[in-house]
Design a protein around this ligand. Structure first.
Ligand code: ATP
Ligand code: MG
Length: 420
C-alpha cells in the first residue's frame, strides 16, 4: 500500500461536509449549555474496570465491543465506549457532589470507540454529545433532559424524530417483574446464548431484534403492569410535563436498558429514515450507578445523542443545517505592493469579526478570482499598483458582479457596513 487509508469502521471529517457535522454537534450541545449544565471533558481511555462495572459485564459493549489495551507499565485500559461512567467517575473524583447543591449538571462532547460490525450509521469511532444530571430525583429533571434533546433535533430542522418512552421500575418493583419475565422466557424456544442471557440480563431479551424471537415475545409480561405506586407516580409526572410542554412521545413498554442500575425513566429518539440504525439518541435514569463504581447513592439521569446519525437523519430528510458564515471577503492582490496593503485589510477585517481570506502563493488574477468565487465570499477586494497610487481598492460584489472603487483607509468600515 503506497498510501494509508482510515481504519475500517472510521471516516474522516473533511470540508465541506465537516461544517455540517460541527453545526450538528453545536446544536445538540446548545440545550444543556443554556440550561445550567457545565462542560466536562474526560480522558479518551479509562481503567477497563470502570466500564466493565459501570456499563456492565453482560452487555455487548463490554463483552464484544470494547477496545482494550495493556500499557507498557501493565495497566489495563479501554478506549471509552460511552460517556456516562467516565463523567460520573470524574464528578465523584472531584467531589462535585459535595461542593454545592445537587444536581450536578454536566455536558460533554467527544468521540467514542466500539468494535462493531461497520455499516451505515454504525462506526467503530463515532461522536456523541451527552448530558448528565447527577444526584437528584425529580420528574422535572428527567423531563428537562428529554425536552432539551427534542428541542435540539427540532432546532436543526428535523421533523422525523420520534421519542419512545418507558419506565424500568426500581429496586422495589423490578425484582418481581424480572422473575416473572424470566419465568416466561424460560418456557420459550430460544438458542443457548439467548437462554444464558435470560439468566443474566432478561430485560435485554425484550430488545432482541430477531423476528423469530419477537414472535415469541407477544405475551411477555411488561414492566408497566408491575410498577410500584412510587414508580407509577414518578413516570406519570414525567409524562405530564412532556405533554404540558408539547413534546410528543410514544409509550414503548418494550424499551429497555438491561442493567440493574438503570431505573425508572428510559427513552430513545429514533428516526425512520436511517434503516436498521434508527436510534439517534437515548438515555434514562441510572440511580444505582454511583454506588456500583464506589460512590455514595446519587440518583441521576442523562442522555447521549449520536452526532453521526443525526447528520445522516438530516441528509435523509434533505435538510441542510444552518451554518455559521464562512468567508465573506476574499482579497485578490495584483503585485507585491498590493499584497502588503491587502494583507493588512484582511487582518483588520478578521480582527473586526469579518471572516476573510486572501489569495496566497502569488497566483495570477484569473486563478485568484476563481479562488474568490470558490470561497463563497460575498465580496472580493481587488487592488493593483494603479489603484494603490490613487489610494483606492476595487470592491467587487461577487453575487451581482458590480465593482466600484473604495478608499483604502475606509474599506474595512465600508465592508463591515455592507455585510452587517
Ligand atoms: P444501537 O442500539 O444502535 O447500537 P446503542 O444503544 O448502542 O445504539 P447508546 O449506547 O445509547 O447506543 O448511544 C447513544 C447514541 O450514540 C445512539 O443512539 C447512536 O445515535 C449513537 N451510537 C451508538 N453506537 C454508535 C456507533 N457504533 N456508530 C455511530 N453512532 C453510534
Ligand atoms: Mg450498540
Amino acid at each position: 500500500m503506497s498510501t494509508f487509508s482510515a481504519p475500517r469502521g472510521t471516516y474522516d471529517l473533511i470540508p465541506p461536509d465537516s461544517a455540517a457535522f460541527l453545526a450538528v454537534r453545536e446544536a445538540l450541545a446548545a440545550g444543556p449549555r443554556r440550561a445550567g449544565y457545565g462542560y466536562v471533558e474526560t480522558p479518551g481511555f479509562e481503567h477497563v474496570e470502570l466500564f466493565s462495572r459501570g456499563v456492565g459485564e453482560s452487555t455487548d459493549i463490554v463483552t464484544k465491543e470494547m477496545y482494550t489495551l495493556t500499557t507498557k507499565g501493565g495497566t489495563h485500559l479501554a478506549l471509552r465506549p460511552e460517556g456516562t461512567a467516565s463523567v460520573l467517575r470524574a464528578a465523584l473524583q472531584a467531589n462535585l457532589h459535595r461542593a454545592g447543591g445537587l444536581p450536578v449538571k454536566l455536558w460533554y462532547s467527544g468521540t467514542y470507540y466500539r468494535y462493531e460490525r461497520p455499516q451505515a450509521g454504525r462506526y467503530r469511532h463515532f461522536s456523541q454529545v451527552g448530558a448528565e444530571a447527577i444526584g437528584a430525583e425529580d420528574p422535572a429533571l428527567d423531563a428537562e433532559l428529554v425536552i432539551l434533546a427534542a428541542d435540539a433535533y427540532r432546532s436543526l430542522g428535523l421533523t422525523g424524530v420520534r421519542l419512545l418512552l418507558n419506565s424500568l421500575g426500581d429496586p422495589e418493583c423490578r425484582p418481581a417483574y424480572r422473575a416473572a419475565l424470566q419465568e416466561f422466557l424460560r418456557g420459550l424456544d430460544l438458542d443457548p446464548d439467548t437462554l444464558a442471557r435470560v439468566e443474566i440480563n432478561p430485560l435485554r431479551v425484550l430488545d432482541d431484534k430477531r423476528e423469530s424471537v419477537q414472535r415469541q415475545l407477544v405475551g411477555a409480561p411488561l414492566m408497566r403492569d408491575h410498577l410500584c405506586q412510587a414508580c407509577k407516580e414518578y413516570h406519570e409526572g414525567v409524562r405530564e410535563l412532556l405533554r404540558a410542554e408539547g413534546v410528543a412521545f410514544e409509550d414503548d413498554p418494550r424499551l429497555v436498558r438491561g442493567l440493574d442500575y438503570y431505573t425508572r425513566t428510559t427513552f430513545e429518539f429514533v428516526h425512520d429514515g436511517l434503516g436498521a440504525q434508527s436510534a439517534v439518541g437515548g438515555g434514562g435514569r441510572y440511580d444505582g450507578l454511583s454506588e456500583l463504581i464506589g460512590g455514595p447513592p446519587l440518583p441521576s439521569v442523562g442522555w447521549a445523542l449520536g452526532v453521526d446519525r443525526t447528520v445522516l437523519a438530516l441528509r435523509a430528510e434533505g435538510v441542510d443545517p444552518a451554518l455559521p458564515p464562512g468567508t465573506r471577503v476574499f482579497a485578490v492582490p495584483l503585485g507585491e505592493e498590493a499584497r502588503r496593503a491587502l494583507f493588512t485589510v484582511v487582518t483588520e477585517l478578521r480582527r473586526a469579526g469579518v471572516p476573510a481570506d486572501f489569495s496566497f502563493g502569488g497566483r495570477g488574477v484569473k486563478a485568484a478570482m476563481k479562488a474568490a468565487n470558490r470561497s463563497g465570499a460575498r465580496y472580493a477586494v481587488v487592488a493593483g499598483e494603479r489603484d494603490l497610487a490613487e489610494g483606492v481598492v476595487q470592491v467587487k460584489d461577487l453575487d451581482s458582479g458590480d465593482q466600484s472603487p473604495c478608499p483604502l483607509d475606509t474599506v474595512v468600515a465600508e465592508l463591515r457596513a455592507r455585510l452587517s
